[in-house]
Design a protein around this ligand. Sequence first.
Ligand code: FE2
Length: 210
Amino acid sequence: MSGPFKLAPLPWDEKALEPTIAARTISFHYHKHHQAYVDMLNKLVEGGKFASMKLEEIVRATAEGREEKEKKIFNNAAQVWNHDFYWRSLSPAKTEPSPKLASAIARDFGDVSNLVSQLAEAGKTQFGSGWAWLVSKDGKLAIEKTANAMTPMARGVNCLLTIDVWEHAYYLDYQNARPKYLESVLADLINWDYAARNLAQEDNAVRAAA
Ligand SMILES: [Fe+2]
């Protein structure tokens, strides 16, 4: 289907996250779920004011939407953005926090393992579908969880990493064992380079605005 929004390519081969996440899971998750959000978004924005807006702008503009159509646009736009962000939060190669990120982690969490266990806890305790996030807010790193399609980005919060805790993210590999999925992903796949880049962008934005 054509339209202004496209499914962005995955940043790695579909098999690259095995054995933590199987190629089959990535295949369904990316080609079926993520693609469906893109297709539905294109259908919903056709001929309207959102068709010429950037994805982030649509998410922010519709986050508080009360009208049924705006809610649908929000859900699909946010899920397109969240999934792009999730793929980039995962890395098949081991990464380490940059010195700047490491010092922010030490300041706000004590150490990486405390951050990781709080992120896992957020994912485990998110009731139903949603997302666990590492964010930078008011000059501090913090953990958040959101339900369904909601994203901290909708409220202007700088997201550093996310983990998808919708069942479609883990059911083929872990069945109902969401904690095991979270622990495995956080142990093996977390992309600290991406988190560091997202944190650095915030400094650049502050500098540009000064
Ligand atoms: Fe998902």
